[in-house]
Ligand binder design. Structure first.
Ligand SMILES: Nc1ncnc2c1ncn2[C@@H]1O[C@H](COP(=O)(O)OP(=O)(O)O)[C@@H](O)[C@H]1O
Ligand SMILES: [Mg+2]
Length: 588
């Protein structure tokens, strides 16, 4: 059912249109002679307020508007992986082919290539009964990804026909007979409205951390697979580098990267550089298991608003295939600003800092789509979607609404600190202001490497905390005036910071730290403290401890490959400590 309307007024990205009959909220519309894409965001009987996803300059009152009768949907099927989409799922490369660098408006192109053929291998036979969520066949989409073709949610019946072959996404690959005797063709492509979460059978507990190879995350502030995390930080504190590191190294099957246009050139950078990154796991290009949503074309702010939902929907679709998906949004502040912009034009009553009162609900709706689930379908297939969102609070002020609301709905908070970034302590995740609610999940997982993992981690954090208090005092009375026990705490804190927390993303070895090495490093550092603390208590001067050759070595172990150097350093530590004890035996 297509409804027609006429433009009455235009206010930036908002187009006020009078329809012949009352349309539906959320409907996708084509605006003006150019056919710009838009969505109905508010209704007042036959008057619709349309949020336009393309620049509205040149649009005039009196021009026609067509309501498509459908909401904004994502096309789901082979061809998603490796593609860079804009916020309304137009492929950037196709746009470029059609329109060149100055993308003209009103271009309607299908998200998935309609010409390309994919080799479909059936996984069910004619005569079998299937329900929504069942896998009927697979396509080798890239070297890294087997795309599983699913029966769309809600559909069921008996397969009448299915055959192997090369098909486009819109050609039928099978035919289904519903319980009511209707025949229905099954295609590889399905559609899903982006603002509606995709259904699953059951939400299940999170059982494992997402391992990223970044020590401050994995060891101190882990996020669970299927959990949600936020990484807030001012300009230049390392949000983008961290999300890229996670994309590159996390033990997820599929990566969805959403660039909500921090700055235009930055997105262009992601789009040109990211595809060339090599996937350490497969040796292939990382893009082989990645989907990127990035507004590089000259889309207005409002298009950023849609991009998060689009990304999440594609993430859920791969979750439903039984994969662990990690989704990264950089940055959700730009998305929230789009929301604010539209709300302002709708003349809604603003809440804090001009953001609409429903900002918190919208943030919650996004993060609630993270989870670990038993998918639809007759098997017990498990998939997960982990959502990680960067926040860029103006002036690095964490008391602003996007940061504070996000805090309520996520399980892990990686607080980036301007001061640390300034001192080039990277990742600039502040250990005293960050937190994780997934410690239980992580502890269980890590205890396979060391049953005392949680205790060690707790002790390390405690020492860091104690050190920051001691530093306060030291600032007043000077470090030399502190008792040696406290100076040892300062030393161990420095060793934990330099030898463990600091991790250079650009160091060939240290860019990734495997789980076993994380545990071994932490253990070595904590053993150093356990071993030297009694010496200091017995009166051996702190200078002697600080002067041990193993101290600088312990701080450099992270840059050495493998576990062997750690074992050697521990033996060296034992030797040196014995020597010290020997030296002071008489005196003590
Ligand atoms: N883990 C890291 N290792 C080394 N350098 C880093 C790291 N994180 C950030 N940096 C440095 O900080 C700069 C800014 O980081 P970026 O991620 O672009 O900040 P943001 O996205 O928060 O504005 C980077 O160009 C890099 O020089
Ligand atoms: Mg950035």
């Amino acid at each position: 059912m297509e409804l027609r309307g006429v433009i009455e007024r235009i206010n930036g990205s908002l187009v006020i249109t009078r329809f012949e009959e009352e349309p539906k909220i959320g409907d996708l519309v084509e605006v003006g002679e150019m056919g710009l894409m838009g969505e109905i965001v508010r209704l007042s009987e036959k008057t619709a307020y349309i949020q336009c996803y393309e620049a509205t300059s040149g649009l005039k009152p009196g021009e026609p508007v067509l309501d498509t009768g459908k909401p904004l949907v994502a096309e789901l099927g082979p061809g998603l992986i490796t593609t860079i989409f804009d916020g309304v799922q137009r492929s950037e490369s196709t746009l470029w082919e059609i329109a060149g660098p100055f993308i003209t408006r009103g271009i309607h192109i299908p998200a998935l290539d309609r010409e390309r053929r994919w080799h479909f291998e059936p996984r069910v036979e004619a005569g079998e009964r299937v329900v929504g969520g069942d896998i009927i066949g697979v396509v080798r989409e890239t070297e890294a990804v087997e795309h599983r073709i699913l029966i769309p949610p809600g559909l069921r019946g008996r397969i009448r026909e299915i055959s192997e072959g090369d098909y486009t996404v819109v050609e039928p690959v099978a035919e289904l007979e519903t319980p009511w005797g209707e025949r229905q063709e099954l295609r590889m492509m399905q559609e899903w409205p982006v603002r509606t979460p995709r259904p699953y059978k059951e939400r299940i507990p999170l059982v494992a951390p997402l391992i990223t190879g970044q020590r401050v995350i994995d060891t101190f502030f882990p996020v669970a697979k299927g959990g949600a995390a936020s990484i807030p930080g001012g300009f230049g504190t390392g949000k983008t580098v961290m999300l890229q590191q996670i994309s590159k190294w996390a033990d997820a099957d599929i990566i969805v990267l959403i660039g909500c246009g921090e700055r235009g050139n930055e997105m262009a950078d992601v789009v040109t550089h990211f595809p060339k990154l090599i996937d350490p796991k497969t040796g292939e290009e990382l893009i082989e298991r990645t989907i990127i949503v990035a507004n590089v074309s000259n889309m207005p702010v409002s298009a950023r608003e849609a991009s998060i939902y689009l990304g999440v929907t594609m993430g859920e679709y791969f979750r439903d295939q039984g994969y662990d998906v990690a989704l990264m949004a950089d940055s959700t502040s730009r998305w929230a600003e789009a929301l604010r912009d539209v709300s302002g034009r709708l003349e809604e009553i603003p809440a804090e800092r001009g953001f609409p009162a429903y900002l918190a609900d919208r943030i919650a709706e996004i993060y609630e789509r993270a989870g670990r689930v038993i998918t639809l379908g007759s098997g017990e297939r498990i998939g997960s979607l982990t959502i990680l969102g960067a926040v860029s609070p103006p002036a690095g002020d964490f008391s602003e609404p996007v940061t504070t609301h996000t805090l309520r709905f996520i399980g892990t908070f990686w607080a980036l600190d301007t001061e640390l970034a300034f001192r080039r302590h990277f990742p600039a995740i502040h250990w005293l202001r960050s937190f994780t609610r997934y410690l239980d999940v992580a502890s269980k997982w890590w205890s396979r490497f060391d049953p005392r993992w949680e205790e060690m981690r707790g002790k390390a954090l405690e020492l860091l905390e104690e050190a920051s208090e001691i530093e306060e005092t030291a600032r007043i009375i000077g470090e030399k005036a502190l008792p040696d026990e406290q100076r040892l705490v300062l030393l161990i804190a420095e060793m934990i910071r330099e030898g463990f927390l600091v991790q250079n993303a650009f160091d060939e070895v240290d860019t990734y730290c495997e789980a076993e090495k994380q545990v071994a490093l932490l253990r070595a550092l904590m053993e150093f403290y356990d071993r030297t603390e009694p010496l200091v208590r017995k009166g051996i001067p702190i200078e002697k401890i600080r002067g041990l050759r193993v101290v600088p070595e312990l701080m450099r172990l992270k840059e050495r490959r493998g576990l062997e150097p750690i074992e050697r350093a521990k033996a060296e530590m034992e030797r040196e400590v014995r020597e010290l004890e020997e030296e002071y035996r008489e005196a003590i």
